[in-house]
Design a protein around this ligand. Structure first.
Ligand SMILES: NCc1[nH]cc(CCC(=O)O)c1CC(=O)O
Length: 313
């Protein structure tokens, strides 16, 4: 069975390529003799660069082309940042494997200031993530938050040009690209609750491909999978797309999950928070019940405003 080449569909951003190579190296280490090849692709998300993601149809833009390659048997697996994976999969495809999570926190990056607290009033901070924007604006309404898109390198370039006083990125992405020294301050979950799945790499494949699924099995990290399951269940129950600031972050210790979540208005003027603790086996139920609590505590109204009255029940 090892004579068959395993093909990885990947985007071509440096971060996506790092993740694809990471999975390739791990697969080859687990299965000596296995041949693995990268199938680089361009997605619509890579082409539409100037418009905030929330306005052009969201994160799905980055995965559709990869999924088509799987369905048409031009590739066997697709590697994703879990943060960018939509809640639903096309029939026949599924996310079978979640690798061990890296640092899930957001990072404060600046050439002149050591921390958010050190920013003077009126400083310009770049981020296009509504979740980051909402939490930053709630904490520091005196800052000016401006949109910032492009891959990690492009964003750092815009900071270095002087377009911004500081920007917020993910710690994990900077580490993967060898840019950890750009981090001035890693933001605690209290300061900036991470996005669903942030810091974890997931692998999607055809569900009716037992050969590939067997090869992937040793890459699955059970603790990470439980945490991301709770986070995603919360997000799925909210029916929160990427037009709403949503944070969802689970920790796991001695078999017990601690799930925290928030839903906010983009300008930070309102924020609904909640948390749940419970056994790992109940990851999904914890996520769902926390989402319901948030909906009843004001998240329903926030979602309704963003989606013109079509809020979840
Ligand atoms: N939205 C782009 C994206 N998708 C995943 C990461 C970082 C790595 C990760 O969270 O796994 C990033 C960059 C960023 O947010 O700074």
């Amino acid at each position: 069975m090892l004579d068959k080449v395993l093909r990885i569909a990947t985007r071509q951003s440096p971060l996506a390529l790092w993740q694809a190579h990471y999975v390739k190296d791990r697969l080859m280490a687990c299965h000596p003799g296995l041949q693995v090849e990268l199938v680089p692709m361009v997605t619509r998300g890579d082409v539409i660069l100037d418009t905030p993601l929330a306005k052009v149809g969201g994160k799905g833009l980055f995965v559709k082309e990869l999924e088509l390659a799987l369905l048409e048997d031009r590739a066997d697996i697709a590697v994703h940042s879990m943060k960018d994976v939509p809640v639903e999969f096309p029939p026949g495809l599924g996310l079978t494997t979640i690798c061990e999570r890296d640092d899930p926190r957001d990072a404060f990056v600046s050439n002149h200031f050591d921390s958010i607290d050190a920013l003077p009033a009126g400083s310009v901070v770049g981020t296009s993530s509504l979740r980051r924007q909402c939490q930053l604006a709630a904490d520091r309404p005196d800052l000016v938050i401006r949109s910032l898109r492009g891959n990690v390198g492009t964003r750092l370039g815009k900071l270095d040009n002087g377009d911004y006083d500081a920007i917020i990125l993910a710690v994990a992405g900077l580490k993967r690209l060898g840019l950890e020294d750009r981090i001035r301050e890693a933001l605690s979950p209290e300061q900036s609750l991470p996005a669903v799945g942030q810091g974890a790499v997931g692998i999607e494949c055809r569900l009716d491909d037992p050969h590939t699924r067997t090869l992937l099995a040793p890459l699955n990290h059970a603790d990470t999978a439980v945490r991301v399951c709770a986070e995603r269940a919360m997000n799925t129950r909210l029916e929160g797309g990427c037009q709403v600031p949503i944070g969802s972050y689970a920790e796991l210790s001695h078999g017990e999950i601690w799930l925290r979540a928030l839903v906010g208005a983009p300008d930070g003027s309102r924020m609904v928070r909640g948390e749940r603790r419970g056994p790992a086996e109940d990851a999904k139920e914890l996520g769902i019940s926390l989402a319901e609590e948030l909906l009843n505590n004001g998240a329903r109204e926030i979602l309704a405003e963003v989606y013109n009255g079509e809020a979840p029940e």
